[in-house]
Design a protein around this ligand. Structure first.
Ligand SMILES: C[S@@+](CC[C@H](N)C(=O)[O-])C[C@H]1O[C@@H](n2cnc3c(N)ncnc32)[C@H](O)[C@@H]1O
Length: 397
């Protein structure tokens, strides 16, 4: 095993991550990125055809994501792999204790496994989730390519990797701790001790301390989080340009960021003249502009990839839209009410006719109501249906 991989494994055996408490009940709410139907709709603009799907949680850690994958995809076959046996043991305890497996009709398998060897896993996967993992591999390209090869033709690959602009203070602190540790580098408990003592003495004027206080201090009360952040033996951080170089090595298409609101330029630029200049930029240049203007909030990138040629249904064809059968997005809170939380936990208020349309859509799929059927009962236009689709409130089958 490579020295780097061994060091990473030792870190997560010492401090399994994430240190989320083990609960006696299912985790709260939802996360649409781990709900296949909702994620598929976000990426491809329609309901997936397949119901029985295979999911890979690549680098599942202590199983917080795996638990949501089980909860949201009750018919799926799920394989959860990690290199740390201690993280895997906690993941298994987590799922047992919370009871999420009681109503689960699919299969779940936990496996101690190096994801760089993903090609050795059986079959392909409709959803691959790899959050906070690829940037810790000795060579992240090896990992993204191996996982990309396991993606089913219509599959989705969700990735989260670190951003350098919002983490430069962390990198400096990592180096400072390593300098002071000397030949004790690799002793993670010592690293946490050194790091905590360093922070305790830094003056208020220190940018490293200021950043810790404004952004990270709450989560870093846990030694697992502190170690994951400041005592990590191997971390690659990206910027938009190096991120797209990395993505291009996978041979997959970039679908979009899963925190899409962050990547809207109009939250940073208001002038019409400047916005018309922005319209001349490529999408990648536009993302770069956003991170240059809002660097400290770029602590990570989270995004979906898909096999080429990637296409998204836009429902511009009136006939196609009239025939489609809408259902409610399963990731919502507060339905059946006009005021609710959408898939992203944003509060929204529906007008009367939107509410009526959504009520009829909620009767699908059993009733098989098409958009045309619904519009014969409610005074609503196809463009208003498109607005519900674009806001991810309904999913078209
Ligand atoms: C920061 S944790 C993320 C855990 C989980 N994905 C999450 O977001 O909560 C990184 C995880 O990746 C695992 N990991 C690192 N290198 C790996 C490899 N080569 N193969 C499999 N898992 C690996 C670690 O053991 C650790 O549990």
């Amino acid at each position: 095993m490579s020295e780097i991989r061994k060091a990473v494994q030792k870190l997560y055996n010492t401090y399994p991550f994430p240190p989320d408490p083990l609960l006696d009940e299912p985790p709260p709410g939802y996360n649409w990125r781990w709900h296949y139907q909702s994620a598929y709709n976000f990426c491809k603009g329609r309901k997936p055809k397949k119901e029985r799907i295979r999911i890979l949680d690549a680098g599942c850690g202590t199983g917080s994501s795996t638990e949501y994958l089980v909860l949201h995809n009750p018919m799926a076959d799920i394989v959860a792999v990690d290199i740390s046996e201690n993280a895997l043991a906690t993941a298994q305890k987590r799922l047992k204790k919370s009871g999420v497996l009681n109503d689960f009709q699919g299969n779940i398998e936990f496996k101690q496994f190096n994801l760089e060897d993903a090609r050795d896993l059986e079959g392909s996967f409709d959803l691959i989730n790899s959050v906070g993992v690829l940037h810790h591999l000795p060579n992240p390209v090896v990992g993204i390519q191996a996982l990309g090869d396991k993606l089913a033709d219509d599959g989705l690959f969700h990735i989260f990797v670190y951003g350098e602009l919002g983490r430069w203070e962390i990198l400096l602190m990592q180096r400072a701790i390593a300098l002071l540790q000397g030949d004790k580098v690799g002793d993670y408990e010592d690293g946490v001790k050194v790091g905590r003592a360093l922070f305790a003495g830094l003056p208020e004027s220190s940018r490293i301390l200021q950043r810790e206080k404004e952004r990270w201090v709450l989560e870093n009360q846990r030694d697992e989080c502190f170690a994951d952040m400041y005592v990590h033996p191997n971390e690659f951080d990206y910027n938009i340009d190096s991120l797209f170089e990395f993505i291009n090595t996978s041979g997959l298409d970039f679908v979009g960021f899963s925190n899409a609101d962050f990547w809207q330029i109009d939250r940073l630029i208001k002038s019409d003249d400047l916005l018309s200049r922005v319209s001349q930029l490529s999408p990648q240049e536009c993302y770069r502009l956003i991170e240059l203007l809002d660097p400290s909030n770029v602590t990570h990138y989270e995004f979906f990839l898909a096999k080429p040629p990637f296409t998204r249904e836009t429902w511009q064809d009136d006939n196609l839209l009239a025939k489609a059968k809408p259902e409610l997005n399963p990731c919502m809170m507060g339905w059946e009410s006009k005021s609710l939380l959408d898939y992203n936990y944003q509060p929204i208020t529906l007008n009367d006719s939107e509410f009526e349309v959504m009520k009829l859509a909620s009767q699908n799929p059993n009733q098989d109501l098409s958009v045309k059927d619904i519009l014969s009962e409610v005074n609503f236009s196809l463009d208003e249906v498109r607005s519900l689709i674009n806001r991810q409130l309904i999913i078209m089958g």
